[in-house]
Design a protein around this ligand. Sequence first.
Ligand code: MN
Length: 202
Amino acid sequence: MTFTLPELSFATDALEPFMDKETVEIHHGKHHAGYTTKLNAALEAEGLSEVNLEQEVFPQISNMPRAIQTNAGQFWNHSFFWESLAPIGQEPSEMVMNALTASFGGYDEFVAEFTKHASTVFGSGWAWLCKKQDGSLMVMSTLNHENPLMENEVIEYGNLTPLLVIDVWEHAYYLKYQNRRPEFIAAFLQIVNWEKVAERMA
Ligand code: MN
């Protein structure tokens, strides 16, 4: 087994009521676990094992078989997503707040931009806060399994450092929020792991 399902850093009910226990259990224990198993199978089928997703797979993903493209993206995106979350109570550090202010005008303006991108992903996908090469921050979205480290995004935006991601696939919120994605986005913003964002930004 090349990749293993990462453990959550919080209890499955620790994000209540913003993200319910059942959703976390199914999302992590079934969806993310499934992508992990399928990624390992797809790599094995190609005779690949010790691959570095960030350096060897995503920058040249169009050369990879479809099963590796989708499952590598989904495995990595979900790992990044769980690390983006923490029980309510964190606030952006001064460094993070200064960066949000410099790029968006302030925290509320960042929230508006992030919410706009996350709400308008058509179908399944992700919205990301990223740091650009010039140090400024931007919000972007990707479809399906894609992420900012993949070659198309690099061609369009240059090298990006992802800082935060929200999963807006329906499986991320449908049990609790049904079709009300904007409510889920607002809830997500209450349980951001800002400490992790700062770490990724440094
Ligand atoms: Mn998901």
